[in-house]
Write a protein that binds this ligand. Structure first.
Ligand code: ACM
Ligand code: ZN
Length: 750
């Protein structure tokens, strides 16, 4: 009997447990922690604890014009059974109210209030509603838990800091399909960017079909690669309309770039009458800057361009048309009778003014058609046209000059915004430190900076995976610096949010890259040598190193290498036993002038190529085969003369070894000559040694040339090093007539 009661109690207990369990199973579990890791972050955020559960919610709007935006938002959350209704029905537990109001939310701004049973999204405009729904979507994805979307409670306020937030995609050097473009439009919109700057014409290809000039797509869209294969593709008018419409639904303006007067060799290959010489040329199959540009003296060129731009404007409703304007060598114009005649007739002093005439003429045409011209900062040379927008790329100076003229500027300096550059030059943190308004501008001038762009030139980006790895995660930083307020910006906090976005990027099939190079070598000078340590820059990695070709060993953070003679350290990083990033190396070359003072008498190294410091040439660390490795000092269009003070008199020196770099595609040439003079007092000098280049300037590719100048041992304290610039880019080169760079690193004194 006792045991029967006991059994009955057991059954009851089991039943109770079962009921409790199934009740709990019906209950939706909430995430343990709310994520507010939206990128770009909100302008203001008051958090409250708890969640709005998206399941079975009803979206209520009385404004039918918002249905497209709402449906776009709902696509991702179909599983959660959300309905859209125009009137609130009784008994609905969770409501999302979306409404337009007269209150001023600023450009693209919105207000989002989330409580347990109500979400209210308000804006002045459909665009603001779209941006708000994008934030809601990010919140939902970031707080997805056990099959349900959660929205953390809070009061969110948001608006855009800059009105122009773009990505330039170069689809000319390499062709990207419509599907890739749509994926990028989705991604841009997900990160609240609003401009796709579509680079459609180049020396290496013309990618947009123009009815009046069929050879542009039949011929100029294709190039014969050095290996004989044919590479190319173009966008038909239907393709372009599809892309533009797709982008427009997502509040992205597509700005076409039709390059002129330079970067136009592909068009000239199809229609040789467009150039000064009329000679037949091929669609370029190498990278660089090409001297074949549109003739500025020939009216048929302007007829061609106006025809092309007319068809372009039919396809693109954008307020702006980008006409390039960068990197146009004037070699052909200088010798062309038609161009010279034009200069005389129009009273133009030089070829820069002729370029300015060219741009002005195009601008007048665009402006008659109600469009505004954007051009690269070279359009400042020879006089800036009123109303033109300057896109500053060679630093911010062009943008500064533009706003001082009262023109608008878009900032995309090579220092922060060139996403085709290696992570060594521009990593996530560097992008995050970007601010498009330089210091020293007046309030009015500052207001003329309308925003920024990141530029993705595709010479070395042959496919979608490489593209993804270059753009991401750096685009997340660009998106935030252009949208969110800069006060209180904290890179580590941002990085924590970026980590949370990797799952979202995975689900969007983005093959994102690293945030930075995995580690860097740090060198300091000791009494007679160089000390090097390895500094990790990523989390959760193991670094392996090899000194002078020995087997790789795991690097211990305490290890410091001391080099008293020429040495090479290589290193690579692993995460979970998988190599990440490239193998990197540092070449050390201690010598007698290590850390000596150095003064430049002639020549000033470029702010873009400082070599790291004024003492880069005597720091014992050698530049590598990557001219953007930060170790090379670059001097543009000038000779270099510098004086090294050894600190005291020496009599044991008999050789100066200097290293120069050549990559003629980028106009970097080995200099003509190196001359060394010596002195006891820094006042009276005597010739000591010299050496001339033995390099054939036509040699292609990148390489380093070592100059060794030997002299007899003599008493000396000061060394004067004179380097003679190669001079203008020679006639045989595609950029003939341009100034050339000297790239040097290390003056090794032995
Ligand atoms: C440019 O990078 N040539 C604008
Ligand atoms: Zn000409």
């Amino acid at each position: 009997m006792r045991s029967m009661i006991w059994n009955g109690k057991l059954i009851l207990l089991f039943f109770l447990l079962l009921v409790t369990y199934s009740c709990q199973n019906n209950k939706i579990n909430e995430p343990l922690k709310a994520s507010y890791a939206v990128i770009p972050t909100f302008q203001e955020l008051d958090t409250l604890s708890g969640f709005f559960i998206l399941n079975d919610a009803v979206v209520y709007t009385s404004n039918e014009s918002l249905l497209e935006e709402i449906n776009n938002f709902l696509i991702f959350s179909q599983k959660n059974n959300i309905n859209v209704k125009s009137t609130v029905e009784p008994g609905v537990k969770r409501q999302i109210t979306i409404k337009l109001s007269d209150e001023n939310f600023g450009n693209e701004g919105y207000d989002l209030f989330v409580s347990k049973d109500q979400i209210v999204l308000t804006s002045n405009a459909k665009e603001g509603i779209y941006r708000g729904l994008t934030s809601l979507k990010q919140l939902a994805l970031l707080n997805y838990f056990e099959g349900h979307y959660f929205i953390p409670l809070g009061n969110y306020e948001d608006h855009a800091l800059f009105e122009h937030r773009g990505l330039l995609l170069d689809c000319s050097r390499h062709f990207f399909s419509k599907e890739v473009l749509k994926k990028y439009i989705d991604l841009l919109s997900f990160y609240k960017m609003n401009v796709l700057h579509w680079h459609l014409t180049e020396d290496q290809a013309w990618r947009i079909a123009i009815d009046k000039y069929p050879r542009l797509s039949e011929f100029a869209a294709w190039r014969t690669e050095p290996d004989g294969s044919l590479y190319g593709g173009f966008y038909s008018k239907e393709d372009i309309s599809e892309i533009v419409a797709y982008a427009s639904e997502k509040y992205i303006m597509v700005i076409p770039e039709i390059e002129l007067p330079g970067h136009s060799q592909a068009a000239i290959a199809a229609y040789p009458y467009l150039s000064c010489t009329g000679d037949s040329v091929q669609v370029a199959n190498d990278w660089g800057v090409f001297k074949e540009i549109y003739c500025a003296g020939n009216d048929s060129v302007f007829i061609f361009l106006e025809d092309v731009l007319t068809e372009v404007m039919e396809l693109f409703p954008s307020k702006y048309i980008h006409i390039g304007g960068d990197e146009a060598p004037k070699t052909r114009w200088e010798k062309c009778p038609k161009c010279q005649k034009r200069m005389k007739k129009e009273k133009l002093k030089n070829e820069h003014e002729l370029q300015s005439y060219f741009i002005r003429r195009i601008q007048t045409f665009l402006s008659k058609n109600g469009r505004q011209l954007i051009g690269w900062d070279e359009i400042l040379e020879g006089g800036l046209a009123k109303g033109a927008v300057v896109q500053s790329w060679r630093g911010m100076e062009g943008g500064i000059e533009a706003v001082k003229h009262g023109n608008n500027a878009i900032m995309s300096p090579t220092s922060h915004a060139y996403f085709d550059y290696d992570l060594k030059a521009i990593d996530l943190e560097k992008v995050y430190s970007f601010y498009p308004v330089p210091q020293g501008l007046s309030t009015v001038e500052a207001s003329l900076v309308i925003g920024g762009e990141c530029n993705l030139w595709s010479e070395h980006i042959p496919d979608e995976a490489t593209l993804d790895g270059k753009v991401f995660p750096r685009l997340l930083a660009m998106s935030e610096v252009l949208w969110s307020d800069s006060n209180g910006r904290d890179y580590d906090e941002f990085l924590e949010r970026v980590y949370q976005h990797y799952a979202l990027l995975n689900s969007m099939h983005v093959n994102y890259g690293l945030e930075s190079i995995p580690f860097k070598f740090e060198s300091t000078l000791s009494d007679s040598g160089i000390e090097v340590s390895i500094i990790p820059k990523l989390k959760n990695i193991v670094i392996a190193y090899s000194l002078n070709g020995t087997q790789f060993e795991v690097y211990d953070s305490a290890l410091i290498f001391s080099a008293f003679e020429a040495s090479k350290i290589k290193g690579f990083a692993k995460r979970k036993d998988k190599a990440i990033g490239d193998t990197m190396e540092i070449s050390l070359y201690p010598h007698l002038a290590l850390n000596s003072s150095i003064e430049y008498i002639i020549g000033e190294f470029s702010p873009s190529y400082t070599g790291g410091s004024k003492k880069a040439l005597v720091d014992g660390v050698l530049g590598s085969l990557d001219f953007r490795d930060g170790r090379w000092q670059g001097f543009f269009g000038e000779d270099v003369e510098c004086i090294i003070d050894l600190g005291s008199q020496r009599e044991d020196i008999n050789e100066i070894e200097t290293h120069f770099y050549q990559y003629s595609n980028s106009w970097i040439f080995i200099p003509k000559e190196l001359v060394v003079q010596i002195s006891d007092d820094g006042i009276s000098w005597s010739d000591w040694a010299s050496v001339q280049s033995e390099v054939d300037p036509k040699t292609r590719g990148s390489f380093i040339s070592t100059f060794k100048a030997s002299g007899v041992k003599k008493a000396m304290r000061y060394l004067k090093i004179k380097v003679e610039n190669f001079g203008k880019v020679p006639e045989w080169h595609e950029a003939a007539g341009s100034d050339t760079w000297i790239f040097m690193d290390e003056i090794v004194v032995k």
